[in-house]
Ligand binder design. Structure first.
Ligand code: HGY
Ligand code: MN
Ligand code: MN
Length: 419
């Protein structure tokens, strides 16, 4: 007996209940910090696997630590439709970034199973584990594993405790040797869809609950080490200093100036660690990170050149040495037009009053990696003031329900097209 599909209100309530369950798992009490392959990530992965099974998906934790769920369709061997996002978070992060998209996939699968609907293709739901790349110098490593672009050198990267990614995977119960086999054959996935909070102000400013992502900005990240000379804060005259922190601080301001001078660009120094970090010691070294982004690849290249030139000039003038180690670089990633149209159809079926607002993504997402494997598209949902990567991240249950209903209608639209 085919029941009706759950309303947006029901889906919103289910989503918030599920997120309350998932977000119990954190590595820091009182905050939401769930770094890749941490104990909290393990608990969250187990919870996610259980939730997928309850929703009618056969689920497992793969060799890279992602949770993969799958329900076969009417046509054996047909390319699948995959709904994904991530369950790792930044430090002291928000409850919805990534987590909402995974819960949405599970609820879409559950709604279709409960309604007795068998799609013409397999439906997959994936909870990636390394989208934030906070712990290791990687770049979307778990989604790139499925896209066949995993880099073996990542396994030797270390976290701030000196633990290699390889050892962290083994400790998590994963086998790094099994990662290459995760690569999906081309054409085995027909479409990748991701629901994500906007993490920006546009939808809220236009009073639109959802929007369709046109493209994801180009981005580059690097670790930078500046080495000067440690000394006594009380005795080394200013003219004789080779102060690594003062040099690094000038570089941080140079990045800010360069980003401000390039079209729709952003630049951020998020990590800044002086060594030895004592009040009465002139810092001998500083390790910091740079993250810069913009909509166009040529603009990113221009920023890259300007950063290298300015940092080298500052190092030369201050008598410090400089090492810039890039570890992540993604070109601007357009989202597949046919899938954008399918999302627009899903929006139209969800509410006549809803607009199919198109907008770019300044934030990176697993969809950048998956777009290298198959057509990919993203649905944004409004979140309060666009605040994200913060415990103040918030959204309404009603908007969550609308967005998940759009995802459900979009999957049904793809089923109609595949029939
Ligand atoms: O940094 C980003 O854009 C994403 O949230 N990882
Ligand atoms: Mn995210
Ligand atoms: Mn994020």
């Amino acid at each position: 007996m085919t029941q009706t599909l759950p309303t947006a209100a029901v889906l919103g309530a289910r989503a918030f209940a599920a997120l309350a369950g998932l977000n119990r798992f954190s590595d820091e009490p009182g905050k939401l910090t769930r770094l890749y392959l941490s104990p909290a990530h393990r608990q969250a992965a187990e919870w996610t696997r259980g939730a997928m099974e309850v929703a009618g998906l056969s689920a497992h934790i793969d060799a890279a630590g992602s949770v993969q769920g799958r329900r076969e369709g009417a046509k054996p061997g047909a390319p699948s439709v995959m709904i994904g996002s991530h369950i790792d978070t930044v430090k002291d992060g928000g409850r919805f970034d990534g987590n909402l998209g995974v819960v949405a996939g599970i609820l879409v699968a559950q709604a279709l199973r409960d309604a007795g609907i068998v799609l013409p293709f397999p439906l997959e739901v994936v909870a990636f584990g390394d989208e934030e790349n906070v712990r290791f110098p990687t770049s979307l490593s778990t989604s790139r594993a499925l896209a066949g672009e995993y880099r073996q050198e990542w396994l030797d990267g270390r976290d701030t405790d000196g633990i290699t990614l390889r050892d962290a995977l083994l400790g998590f119960g994963c086998d790094p040797l099994g990662i290459p086999a995760l690569a999906r054959p081309p054409a085995s996935v027909a479409a990748y869809l991701e629901l994500h909070i906007e993490q920006g102000p546009v939808l809220e400013a236009e009073d639109e609950p959802v929007g369709i992502v046109t493209a994801i900005n180009a981005q580059k990240r690097a670790r930078v080490r500046v080495t000067g000379e440690a000394g006594h804060a009380g005795t080394v005259p200013m003219r004789l200093r080779r102060d690594a922190l003062a040099a690094a601080a000038e570089m941080a301001l140079a990045l800010e100036e360069i980003a401000s001078a390039h079209d729709q660009a952003v630049g951020t120094v998020g990590v800044f660690r002086p060594d030895p970090g004592a009040t009465n010691v002139v810092p001998g070294a500083v390790d910091f990170t740079i993250d810069f982004r913009c909509p166009r690849n040529d603009t990113l290249a221009s920023m890259d050149r300007a950063i290298a030139t300015r940092f080298a000039e500052i190092a030369e003038r201050r008598g410090v040495s400089l090492a810039i180690s890039p570890y992540s670089h993604d070109d601007a990633t357009p989202m597949a037009e046919p899938l954008q149209e399918a999302l627009a159809a899903g929006i139209a079926r969800t509410g006549a009053n809803l607009k199919a607002r198109r907008l770019p993504s300044g934030a990176g997402h697993d969809a950048m990696a998956m777009a290298r494997l198959c057509p990919a598209a993203m649905l944004f949902v409004r979140n309060e003031k666009g605040i994200s990567h913060s415990p103040l991240e918030a959204m309404t249950e009603a908007d969550a329900g609308i967005a998940i209903r759009v995802m459900l209608e979009t999957v049904l639209e793809l089923a109609r097209r595949a029939a």
